[in-house]
Design a protein around this ligand. Structure first.
Ligand code: ZN
Ligand code: ZN
Length: 146
């Protein structure tokens, strides 16, 4: 998907979900669709601020949380200050470079797991998402630092 298609998709889903296309939200959409990275809310805020100096960090954070609840974005790791947001809504997993910290989308053709209920002690817990993180050194880092 190129960035126009990505932007259009975000706009389409917003319409479907009845989210208003405010200028702030459009600014966030534009930033997300122009980036192929997984961005933190703060990175989005820093970029948005250049065009919208009046925009507050709280507005950006709140908008991004609304996008997550509406299914426009997903978040990686699901907690913590450095939580990254992901515009890739296809089912996928992540490769994280332990050298530069960059996050790459990876597609695994088959993932199965079986919980050891005895050791896990989750009781009747309900699992919603199973995510897999692969760690290693990315191609760029391998080429640059050998
Ligand atoms: Zn790297
Ligand atoms: Zn991703």
């Amino acid at each position: 998907m190129n960035k126009e298609e990505k932007l259009q998709k975000l706009v389409d889903i917003s319409r479907e979900k009845g989210l208003k296309l405010t200028p702030q939200r459009m600014a966030i959409f534009r930033i997300l669709s122009e980036s192929d990275k997984h961005l933190t809310a703060d990175e989005v805020y820093q970029k948005a601020r250049k065009d919208y100096p009046m925009l507050s960090a709280a507005t950006v954070y709140r908008n991004m949380e609304q996008m997550v609840s509406s299914g426009l974005l997903s978040n990686l790791g699901r907690s913590g200050a450095a939580m990254k947001y992901d515009t890739n809504l296809e089912e996928h997993h992540h490769f994280i470079c332990s050298h530069c910290g960059k996050v790459y989308d990876v597609y695994l053709s088959k993932v199965t797991y079986e919980l050891d209920m005895e050791k896990s002690r989750l009781g009747d817990a309900k699992i919603d998402v199973s995510e897999l993180y692969l760690y290693g050194v990315c191609e760029d880092c391998l080429n640059n630092y050998g």
